[in-house]
Ligand binder design. Structure first.
Ligand SMILES: Nc1ncnc2c1ncn2[C@@H]1O[C@H](COP(=O)(O)OP(=O)(O)O)[C@@H](O)[C@H]1O
Ligand SMILES: [Mg+2]
Length: 276
């Protein structure tokens, strides 16, 4: 159970083994897609997995899971209302979208946004988890920094697209984590939409967005390139319909996320052991 916190106090989630903050320098690179499928992949492998959608300017996780019309159950604990995450595909899901149903997120600024995220963190009953994956707010500004600052023991994961020009954005996200204010270890880089594989020709790869961005960012930040996720037509089509790609049985994606999950797990263990 999380403990009550004031603005600057850290949130301790003692039942959660690994907190992974999924960030990107800019929107649209596949942060939510990676966070979602990584979570589903881990849950499929039997890990107790939570997914927190903290992207208050575009909370897309409820849509990706087809639960946008549901509300988490609330229970009373002393003075506090505690929310129980919604479970789907084995993943325990909480979204800032559940808290801001009728409000216009555009008016949420600075402290208000940070307070809402704090409330979400402190009033969710995560229970015991192997992984809590967090879809971070967009960009690398104050709201992201404040959220990351609050989470004790969190580790960062950076998503970029394969263009060389995207490296600058990836660097922003990496530097946010490494900033002395946060000092959060970066586990590595995920390159999303790395190559296109046509449905009819599953053995062919087309590097439609160029290539090398992930590798270059990894070299520059001295972190590993943990995974390359293909660009698959099914993904955007099924996301738009509120279904998860794993239900489409897309082998390519299942494999890509299994490999990413494995590499990430190794890296997490290595970073943890260095801390001790
Ligand atoms: N690997 C992929 N293959 C196909 N479409 C993808 C892939 N990753 C993301 N997309 C699509 O790109 C768009 C942006 O992805 P999203 O995960 O919402 O990005 P972000 O959370 O970074 O803004 C969505 O329509 C999503 O379905
Ligand atoms: Mg998103």
């Amino acid at each position: 159970m999380s403990k009550k916190n004031t603005a600057l106090e850290q949130v301790d989630l003692p039942g959660v083994q690994n907190i992974i903050l999924v960030a990107s320098g800019k929107g649209g690179v596949g942060k939510s897609t990676v966070a979602t499928n990584l979570a589903v992949s881990y849950a499929r492998e039997g890990f107790r997995t939570g997914l927190l959608d903290a992207d208050l300017y575009g909370p897309s996780i409820p849509i990706l899971f087809g639960i946008e019309n549901q509300q988490p159950e609330v229970k009373q604990e002393g003075e506090q209302d505690i929310m129980i995450p919604i479970e789907k595909y084995g993943v325990h899901i909480m979204s800032i979208g559940f808290l801001m149903k009728s409000q216009d997120p555009v008016i949420w600024r600075g402290p208000m946004a940070s307070n809402a995220l704090s409330q979400l963190l402190t009033s969710t009953e995560w229970g015991d988890l192997d992984y809590l994956i967090i879809d971070m707010p967009p960009g690398t500004g104050d709201i992201s920094i404040t959220l990351a600052q609050k989470l004790k023991g969190a580790m960062g994961l950076v998503v970029i697209t394969p263009q060389k020009l995207a490296v600058a954005d990836g660097l922003k996200a990496t530097n946010m984590f490494l900033n002395e204010k946060l000092n959060i270890p970066v586990l590595g880089v995920v390159e999303n939409m790395s190559y296109f594989v046509p449905k009819q020709h599953p053995d062919e790869k087309y590097y439609v967005f160029g290539s090398g961005g992930g590798q270059k960012l990894a070299e520059q930040t001295q972190t590993p390139l943990l995974g390359q996720i293909p660009l698959v037509q099914d993904v955007s089509e099924s996301s738009d319909h509120g279904r998860n790609i794993f239900l489409e049985n897309n082998e390519l994606m299942i494999n890509a996320f299994q490999e990413l999950g494995y590499a990430l797990r190794q890296q997490t263990q290595m970073v943890e052991s260095k801390k001790q």
